[in-house]
Ligand binder design. Structure first.
Ligand code: FES
Length: 102
């Protein structure tokens, strides 16, 4: 298996028991996840970009939270409408979306 160039983590407030409860989930993290899935597929970059939903990052007040590695960039208050910009600017263009950085 080839390692990805980028790994995007979207907080979905998943709990260890599998339930999704919490701030990011209540603020459209499922829609954010779906937008990333669609955008990655449309761009045909699935071989270079991995997408994972995660549990709480512990900074719920700044959620919904999206973390991108290997840059270790943390984005906060992300909306589904921000996903295209993150993919275009950061993932494909190499320029971090500063207005969302926390
Ligand atoms: S639920 Fe997303 S950071 Fe806490």
């Amino acid at each position: 298996m080839q390692k990805p160039k980028h790994h995007i983590f979207v907080c979905s407030s998943s709990r260890p028991n599998g339930q999704q409860k919490g701030f990011c989930h209540s603020k459209n993290s499922v829609d954010i996840m779906m937008k990333f899935m669609e955008g990655i597929e449309e761009r045909d970059i699935g071989g270079e970009v991995f997408l994972s939903n995660t549990g709480c990052f512990g900074i719920c007040e700044k959620g919904p939270v999206v973390v991108v590695y290997p840059e270790n960039v943390w984005y906060g208050s992300v909306t589904p409408d921000d996903v295209e910009e993150i993919l275009d600017s950061h993932i494909e263009g190499g320029t971090i979306v500063e207005r969302l950085v926390i």
